[in-house]
Write a protein that binds this ligand. Sequence first.
Ligand SMILES: [Zn+2]
Length: 234
Amino acid sequence: MLEAIEKLLALQDRDQKLRTLRLEIHSVPTEIASKQKLITDSATRLETARSRAKTIEVEKKSLQIDTAAKRDQIAKYKNQQLQTRKNEEYTALAHEIANAEKLISQIEDKELLFMEEAENLAPELAAADKTHGEEKTRLEAQITLLREKENNLIIRVQEFEASRASACEGIDEELLERYVRLFETKNARAVVALEHDVCTGCHMKITAQTSLALRSDKTIVSCPQCGRLLHLPA
Ligand SMILES: [Zn+2]
């Protein structure tokens, strides 16, 4: 194998590892964001349940105030009934009392519905509270690990980058440029093996002449189909 191809293969191996590391780093913020969204979602669910419980309390109190007011009014009407001597007025007051009692009964029905809802909501709220607490702890621990992983990956990338220059040493500049271009455009595979006269980059058969040129081991040979640099399997 030509020394230049050997060096490019070693470089490609490093560059592929570097690329994988960069892709991994790239995926970390998305992973963190999705975990943060889970925390926010569970906090929102808890907040919604809490806010509903508060609303129910407020509504119940307001209904109780309404009931008390109606009862006061009924007491006043009854008092007025005792004082009046007019039949008409007595009947009118009795009518008002009946109306107020009907309203109280309607208010009490509403209150009952709120009480039922509050009873059902209480265990739901407790469960949401517990789940949120546990989920938050679990997810935050995962986020911490992801940040740690990200830092480690960044350090490894920096190490790879720092030592890349020495891996490029002794490779002809023009060839190196060609390699870089191929690496970027051919899915990180610039130098590929020829197996049974088939390019393992594009899976096309090459001509006997190209195969012979590669076997002579005198010059750099590239695949006529995809342009990748070829080498014979070790
Ligand atoms: Zn090819």
